[in-house]
Design a protein around this ligand. Structure first.
Ligand SMILES: NC(=O)c1ccc[n+]([C@@H]2O[C@H](COP(=O)([O-])OP(=O)(O)OC[C@H]3O[C@@H](n4cnc5c(N)ncnc54)[C@H](OP(=O)(O)O)[C@@H]3O)[C@@H](O)[C@H]2O)c1
Length: 380
């Protein structure tokens, strides 16, 4: 099997996690990561992980070598030896894309980029097949990814007439000592916020609007969703059963004492599923699921927690496979039986729409392999 040769450009919050995940994939080779400056992340990548480091310019090259990092080459040289570049730079995608285009290298971009950076926006369990073989994909933001995973499952099963999401966004990421707020709640002046529109780049027909606030925390975002439903034939247990069956969603138990983002993060550090205690899934608080059926309303309430630093990592891995046209014919032998078992389980699960043309995006082969390697596989 020829491995997909991948590099990561932009080794920050998202890039370092994507690089680690690429290194775990049986069908991928991490050729290298780029350095934009000398810092502890690059030092760790080189010294502790053994990653090849490529410098973005001559000044950085000198700085890296002065700090004992043997530079493997320039971005230009790196592009000559990869199939896909995963661009995790801070909104530099448009400029970078010109370089990738000149070198004929496929690229995956992040949600901070404008939607037209690529022909398609991407959430693996919603639209994998649409993305197959594309040259460029945009993995949507952490907020949009979480919204799409949940809303796709609920809409497919019970029909969402209209969704309103209130997004409580973390002030900054956990390593950052510069941004805030540290003692205020900021309302976004953008009403509705752009997140709802971004959801429609993936779930085109969904009626949704969002409003957003920034709150003084670094742990996670929290979403308060109010969904006006078409089908009235469900109760809280049906929703829990559906979300339990949905990939990349974790229903978190209030009777286990999980009632805030603090416990969600602590729980994941205890689980030891990955070295950083990252939460790749969207966490749904079961105690905060509610239904309001009065005066013609059939409204479902969901509260979800989003680990902004990591929930797009599995999507990046699937996007890399998707641009390379990864389908059933390319499943490594050792994963074949698990993909088949997952598909069988899907047909019996509440996720299956019952329609003969159900495309089963939820069990696309890449998603299964990614979830097994990242330790988040649920069996369907
Ligand atoms: N953090 C989140 O919560 C989150 C969640 C989902 C999606 N995203 C999206 O992911 C992308 C990356 O965000 P991030 O949070 O990972 O940013 P970040 O932590 O600031 O990391 C960006 C990295 O890229 C490097 N860099 C700067 N300019 C560059 C250039 N011209 N070319 C290549 N690399 C460059 C930076 O180098 P230095 O170390 O020298 O600064 C840094 O290492 C953005 O589109 C963002 O919207 C972020």
């Amino acid at each position: 099997m020829q491995k997909i040769r991948v590099c990561v450009n932009g080794y920050g919050t998202i890039g370092k996690r994507v690089a680690d995940a690429v290194a775990l994939q049986p069908d991928m080779e991490l050729v290298g990561v780029t350095a934009h400056s000398m810092n502890y992340r690059i030092d760790t990548a080189y010294r502790h992980k053994g990653f090849n480091i490529f410098s973005l310019d001559g000044e950085v090259y000198k700085e890296l070598e002065a700090n004992g990092i043997k530079v493997s080459g320039s971005l230009d040289e790196l592009l000559g030896s990869v199939d896909v570049i995963d661009d995790c730079s801070p909104k530099n995608g448009v400029k970078n894309k010109e370089i990738y285009q000149q070198r004929g290298v496929k690229a995956v971009f992040q949600g901070g980029e404008k939607k037209n950076i690529a022909s398609d926006s991407f959430v693996s369990q919603c639209d994998y097949s649409r993305a197959l073989g594309k040259d460029y994909l945009r993995v949507v933001s952490c907020n949009t990814t979480a919204l799409c995973r949940t809303l796709h499952a609920i809409d497919k099963k019970y029909g969402v007439n209209h969704a309103h999401g209130v997004l409580l966004r973390r002030g900054t990421d956990s390593h950052d000592n510069r941004r805030g707020p540290i003692n205020a709640i900021e309302s976004s002046s953008e009403k509705p916020s752009h997140h709802g529109e971004d959801v429609r780049t993936v779930l085109e027909r969904l009626q949704i609007f969002t409003t957003a606030y920034i709150v003084p925390t670094t742990l996670m975002h929290m979403h308060d969703l109010m969904l006006d439903m078409r089908d009235a034939h469900f109760d809280v247990n049906d929703i829990i059963e559906l979300l339990n069956a949905t990939p990349r969603i974790l229903v978190l138990k209030s009777n286990h004492g999980i009632e805030s983002t603090a416990q969600v993060m602590d729980y994941h550090r205890d689980l030891l599923r990955n070295p950083r205690g990252d939460v790749y899934e969207t966490g749904i608080l079961d105690g905060a699921i509610g239904i309001y059926r009065v005066h013609g309303y059939n409204r479902l309430f969901i509260t979800q927690c989003v680990h902004q630093e990591s929930n797009v990592v599995p999507e990046n891995i699937d996007a890399i496979r998707a641009v390379m046209g990864f389908d059933d014919s390319k499943i490594p032998e050792e994963y074949r039986s698990r993909v088949e078992a997952a598909r069988e389980a899907y047909m019996k699960s509440p996720l299956h729409s019952g329609l003969t043309d159900d495309k089963m995006e939820e069990v696309n082969p890449s998603r299964i392999i990614t979830d097994i390697t990242l330790n988040i596989f649920k069996g369907i």
